[in-house]
Design a protein around this ligand. Structure first.
Ligand code: ADE
Length: 232
C-alpha cells in the first residue's frame, strides 16, 4: 500500500492540503506535527517541516522511520533563476543540488557531497510526469516546466548571487529545502519529486515580490499535489 509524505516548509504551503484531507491521527515529533489520513482517496502524511535544510532532513527521516512512507512530495514556493519562469509559474524537479555545499578545494564539483559520489539528486521520473499531467488538469494556463532545484540556507535576493547559482549550478529555481529532501529520500531509497511555484525572481525585487505573491504561488503547487496523490 502506497503512502505519500507531503512536506511543505511553511504552514501556508500545507494548510490547504490539510484542510482537504481526512485526518486519522496527528503525531508530534521534533517540533513538527504529522497529519496522517487520506487526501483525494490516497494514504498521506502531511507535515510542515519548518524552514531550511536541517528541518527538512529531519522531517524526511521521521517520515521514513516512523511513517514508512513509500513516496515523498515537497510542495512550496521558490525564487526563479530561469527567465522562462515567471511569478506564478511552476517548476517540477528533474533534480536538486545543494548550492551551499562547497568542497571544491579538494577537487569536488560545486554542490557535490564529498564521499557520497552524488552532486545532483534525481527526482523520480514517474512522479515528475504525474505532476506535469496534474498541473495541466488543475492549473490550466499555468506555465509548468521540468528543471533543477538548487537549495541552501539562504533567501536569494541579490542579482550577483542569482547569477552565480545559474553559472555554477544551472539552477532553474532557488529555495531552502528541496535538495535536503532529495538527499534524505536518496539515502532512504524513497522516490521523490519537488514542486515549486514561483513567488519571486531571486533578485533585488525579491524582498518586495515574495510577501506579495507567496500565498497565491503556494496554492498553485498545493492544488497540483491534491490531484496527483490519487495516481501514485
Ligand atoms: N523561497 C521563495 N523565494 C526564495 C528565494 N528567493 N530564495 C530562497 N528561497 C525562496
Amino acid at each position: 500500500m502506497n503512502k505519500t509524505g507531503i512536506i511543505g516548509a511553511m504552514e501556508l504551503e500545507v494548510e490547504e492540503l490539510k484542510s482537504k484531507m481526512t485526518v486519522s491521527g496527528i503525531t508530534k515529533k521534533a517540533g513538527m506535527e504529522f497529519y496522517e489520513g487520506t487526501l483525494s482517496g490516497a494514504q498521506v502524511v502531511i507535515v510542515r517541516s519548518g524552514i531550511g535544510k536541517v528541518n527538512a532532513s529531519l522531517c524526511v527521516q521521521i517520515l521514513a522511520d516512523i511513517f514508512e512512507v513509500t513516496h515523498i512530495i515537497n510542495t512550496g514556493v521558490a525564487g526563479s533563476l530561469n527567465a522562462a519562469l515567471d511569478i506564478g509559474d511552476i517548476l517540477i524537479s528533474r533534480d536538486a543540488i545543494h548550492h551551499d555545499m562547497d568542497v571544491t578545494i579538494f577537487g569536488y564539483q560545486p554542490g557535490e557531497v564529498p564521499q557520497l559520489g552524488v552532486r545532483e539528486f534525481t527526482a523520480d521520473i514517474r512522479l515528475t510526469e504525474l505532476a506535469k499531467s496534474s498541473c495541466e488538469k488543475v492549473n490550466p494556463g499555468v506555465h509548468a516546466i521540468f528543471g533543477r532545484v538548487v537549495s541552501g540556507d539562504q533567501f536569494i535576493s541579490d542579482k550577483e548571487i542569482k547569477e552565480r547559482l545559474i553559472r555554477d549550478f544551472q539552477g532553474d529555481c532557488a529555495e531552502m529545502e528541496g535538495a535536503s529532501i532529495a538527499h534524505g529520500a536518496y539515502l532512504n531509497k524513497i522516490p521523490f519529486v519537488i514542486i515549486r511555484a514561483i513567488s519571486d525572481k531571486a533578485d533585488d525585487s525579491a524582498q518586495m515580490d515574495y510577501p506579495a505573491f507567496e500565498k497565491a504561488a503556494a496554492r498553485h503547487s498545493a492544488r497540483l499535489v491534491e490531484d496527483m496523490v490519487q495516481y501514485i
